[in-house]
Design a protein around this ligand. Structure first.
Ligand code: ADP
Length: 260
């Protein structure tokens, strides 16, 4: 319950990680969760003690992305809620607390309570990096995190087309208003390399996010191509960043720039 997190905070509880980085987007479906999970995996790959907080309360994808669908629920011990672990990353998600097909039908204050509990009452250990996967847009979760937790900064994921970028800018404006630094922007689905002919197609207009980042004066963390293997890996609970190849390297480079 929120009361216990308040008590812990009053007792001077340490933040769960040296760096707490929220990953947000304006719209859903731009690959925010995919990028967030792979940034976490890339951090773990470089030897950092890493956690992943799936704060997408209404649409948690953490369990699937980390290959933990059907995992047993979170356990509570004397030291707090025990996170699960997969691919070297500690993980909590609303998906571990509800049935896989159950919708979460909650009002704002309950969502705020859940986010605070994930931050304050989980036995994260001494993490180097905690990646927080936000829901799309600017809602209760964003506000709860902005106002009640020691966020280091935020990363914004967008596809390059104007429609997605317009909403990404709104998400960034919220962080700006709440004095949370934007650590950078990632362009997802930048371009597509046809597996048959090898020709590149810039389906959503490559480069829009880089241009916007330059315009806004925030770091550009990199381009992630639209790649069927990335979707297949995500569905299978494998994290592309842990493998080899250009997409894995793009995630590792983006993670480096993010924590620089
Ligand atoms: P969001 O968190 O923004 O709603 P998701 O990360 O859930 O988006 O991604 C939506 C869908 O698109 C998923 O099926 C995911 O596997 C797929 N996807 C995301 N990024 C890519 C990419 N770069 N290449 C191929 N598929 C992708």
């Amino acid at each position: 319950k929120p009361a216990s997190s308040t008590a812990r905070k009053a007792a001077g509880a340490k933040p769960p990680a040296r760096l707490i980085i929220a990953v947000g987007s304006g719209k859903g479906g731009v690959g925010k969760s995919t990028v967030a999970a792979n940034l976490a995996a890339a951090c773990a790959k470089t030897g950092l003690k890493t956690g992943f907080m799936d704060a997408d309360i209404y649409g948690p994808s953490g369990p699937r992305l980390f290959g933990l669908t059907g995992a047993p629920g979170l356990k509570k011990t004397d030291v707090g809620i025990e996170p699960l672990e997969a691919h070297g990353v500690k993980l909590v998600s609303m998906g571990f607390l509800i049935g896989e097909r159950d919708p979460v039908v909650w009002r704002g204050p309950m969502v705020t309570g859940a986010v605070r509990q994930f931050m304050d009452d989980v036995n994260w250990g001494d993490l180097d990096v905690l990646i927080v996967d936000l829901p799309p847009g600017t809602g209760d979760v964003q506000l709860a995190l902005a106002q009640g937790t020691p966020l280091t900064g935020a990363v914004i994921v967008s596809t390059p087309q104007d429609l997605a970028l317009d909403d990404a800018k709104k998400a960034m404006a919220l962080f700006d208003k709440t004095q949370i630094p934007v650590l950078g922007m990632v362009e997802n689905m930048s371009f597509f390399i046809c597996p048959h002919c090898g020709e590149g197609s810039e389906i959503f207009g490559r480069g829009g996010v880089r241009a916007e980042a330059e315009h806004l004066g925030v770091p550009f963390l990199g381009e992630i191509p639209l790649h069927p293997a990335l979707r297949e890996a995500s569905d299978a609970g494998e994290l592309t960043a842990l493998g080899e190849g250009p997409v894995a390297q793009a995630f590792v480079r983006a993670a480096h720039r993010m924590i620089e």
